[in-house]
Design a protein around this ligand. Structure first.
Ligand SMILES: Nc1nc2c(ncn2[C@@H]2O[C@H](COP(=O)(O)OP(=O)(O)OP(=O)(O)O)[C@@H](O)[C@H]2O)c(=O)[nH]1
Ligand SMILES: [Mg+2]
Length: 194
């Protein structure tokens, strides 16, 4: 049984409504596993469209997790092979959603556990910090690392971002699913109270 429902897709960030539950943006490089992570949280592999090739998500897609929160699946950044005109359109969607579409409960920034935050991830994290948007950093595809590599990766991201929550996750094994769900719920509740 799916724990989330697809609401709607948008190409124009200005049209995304903000009258429902708190919204949490899912951000990260193309192919890092944003859509798969939403499916993992929803326990529904078919909810968000995923693909082994980058550039799959090309719209702003809203998924409601009951009345608790809405996860916003966005196009990935940094996909070099995409035509530059298309890349600009996708970038405008991400930036437009973050800047213009209204208050956000927070953002989940997904990094590849094998790489840690890249330059583009750092730029995104800096921009979110400047905008005062609460962030959870995810070390995704953690199944690809050995136990000792996991420990070292979590330590190094934590050292680079000491004031930010950093959580491991794997859509493959389900590792970290419960903790991430709780952390997102907490972000959403904080916005409701604030
Ligand atoms: N091993 C492993 N593979 C994963 C994991 N999460 C995603 N993948 C794989 O990574 C690829 C990309 O997944 P998507 O969820 O489509 O990535 P995305 O970030 O939404 O990509 P775009 O929409 O193109 O930006 C797919 O082949 C997934 O099966 C994970 O936790 N572990
Ligand atoms: Mg996607």
């Amino acid at each position: 049984m799916s724990e989330a429902t697809f609401l709607k897709s948008y190409s124009d960030p200005k049209l995304v409504p903000h009258d429902g539950p708190p919204q949490v943006a899912v951000l990260g490089r193309s192919n890092v596993g944003k859509s798969s992570l939403i499916n993992s949280l929803a326990r529904d592999k078919k909810l968000a469209k995923t693909s082994a090739t980058p550039g799959r998500t090309q719209l702003i897609n809203l998924f409601a997790f009951g009345k608790d929160f809405v996860l916003v699946d966005l196009p990935g950044y940094g996909y070099a092979k995409l035509a530059s005109s298309k890349r600009d359109i996708l970038k405008d969607m991400i930036v437009g959603y973050l800047e213009e579409a209204g208050p956000l409960a927070g953002a989940v920034v997904i990094t590849d556990a094998r790489l840690g935050p890249t330059d583009l991830d750092r730029d995104m994290l800096d921009a979110l910090a400047r905008a005062d948007i609460p962030v959870i950093i995810v070390a995704n595809k953690i199944d690809k690392l050995s136990r000792s590599e996991r420990t070292e990766r979590m330590r190094s991201i934590g050292a680079a971002y000491p004031n930010t929550q950093v959580l491991p996750h794997s859509a493959e094994s389900g590792d970290g699913r419960g903790e991430l769900l709780n952390a997102i719920r907490t972000l959403a509740q904080q916005q409701k109270k604030g």
